[in-house]
Design a protein around this ligand. Structure first.
Ligand code: 13P
Length: 372
């Protein structure tokens, strides 16, 4: 397989994911992470509960108006739902249960399925304490081919960097994580998957917004240099960065306008215009803060118009009130909460979100040293 075979398709997929007024639902929590979410609502982390919750997400009517794609965990990509398959013959051919595959339910709605392909982070030998590298390159081509055959059309790889007064991120961590992202991106493009390049900078720490901005410029510059060396096809790729904001313990809290202006400045200085969309992670911001900041980024990007679609790829900030409202049984309430935040973020992706106009749960979603 070569990238040439998929070039046109990759560009079309990336453009579809970058549809105006839309973003991604990051529902790719690992089994351990979704277990923590379930624990918070008093639910056991069983396969049946994970199936029920992800069926709720996949059957939320109207979600596709604001959500162009969904990032799945491997279990979900291959899991059947609780919804009885329309075609009984197809159902009979399935190995487990009668339900239609979850992936098919998303596709039926017009939501493009994607897959988390990294295998998590490990300590980075030779770097500073707490620094990591992202694993999963070995055998990635074969996995990508299997995921494509099952319907996935894009992939995600989350590299993690931190800022600290002890010197993080080190040059070693920046270079290693940029290189890993580039090897991953090139590899999955050769199998037809659009890579989401995610160099997350954690919010842990007391650094100010200007410090985040200068570190993030360095990180993104290094990432795009590595992508170029690896021949990654930028028009068939997406960026998933953190918003440029102060560390969670910084006493000088930036306004959403400042977050908008700093984030845009960072991106304009570092991200090639060939990239179709920049889809932010929520990183521990509350549901409403994430929407308000995304709205401010789009407001800052309006004049002159930024070259990319600026949308969302939220996990916590899209699902928090949904999980609480569902509580394991109330599907309608969970779906209504999900749709409300999807509408809010769809509007924020256009810069038209009115603060407080959609219900949210305003608890802080920040988790120190976050693992996905
Ligand atoms: P959050 O929006 O919860 O930060 O997660 C998004 C994600 O996909 C992290 O990799």
């Amino acid at each position: 397989m070569t990238l040439e075979l998929y070039r046109e398709e990759l560009a079309l997929t990336a453009a579809a994911l970058a549809a105006p007024g839309s973003g991604l639902l990051a529902a790719d929590e690992s089994t351990a992470t979704i277990g923590k979410r379930f624990e918070a609502i008093g639910l056991d982390n069983t396969e049946a509960n994970r199936r029920a919750y992800r069926t709720l997400l996949a059957t939320t009517a109207g979600l596709a108006e604001h959500v162009s794609g969904v990032i799945l965990y491997e279990e979900t990509l291959f899991q059947d739902s609780d919804v009885i398959a329309v075609d009984p013959l197809a159902a009979a051919a399935r190995s487990s249960g009668n339900g239609a595959p979850l992936v098919e339910l998303f596709q039926r709605q017009g939501i493009i399925p994607g897959i988390k392909v990294d295998l998590g982070v490990e300590p980075l030998a030779g770097a500073l304490p707490g620094e990591s590298w992202c694993t999963g390159l070995k055998g990635l081509g074969d996995r990508a081919a299997r995921y494509y055959a099952r319907g996935a059309r894009f992939a995600k790889w989350r590299a993690v960097l931190r800022i600290s007064s002890e010197g993080c991120p080190s040059e070693l961590a920046v270079r290693e994580n940029a290189w890993g992202l580039a090897r991953y991106a090139r590899t999955v493009q050769e199998h037809g998957l659009v890579p989401i390049v995610e160099p997350e900078i954690l919010m842990d720490g007391d650094h100010d917004i200007a410090t985040t901005a200068s570190v993030q410029e360095w990180v993104l510059r290094t990432v795009y240099e590595a992508l170029a060396i690896n021949g990654v096809f930028l028009e068939g790729s997406l960026l998933k960065p953190s918003m440029t904001t102060a560390g969670a313990e910084c006493l000088q809290r930036p306004s959403s306008e400042e977050v908008g202006e700093f984030t845009l400045r960072t991106l304009v200085r570092t991200v090639p215009a060939a990239v179709p969309a920049i889809l932010f992670l929520s990183g521990g911001l509350s549901e409403e803060d994430a929407s308000v900041c995304l709205n401010a980024i789009n407001a800052a990007a309006a004049q002159p118009a930024a070259p990319w679609h600026l949308g969302f790829s939220f996990g916590r900030a899209l699902q928090h009130s949904c999980l609480n409202a569902w509580g394991g049984t109330n599907v309608a309430a969970g779906q209504a909460a999900l749709l409300a935040r999807a509408r809010a973020n769809g509007a924020a992706s256009r810069g038209t979100y009115v603060v407080g106009s959609e219900p949210s749960d305003d608890s802080s979603l920040f988790v120190a040293n976050y693992n996905y």
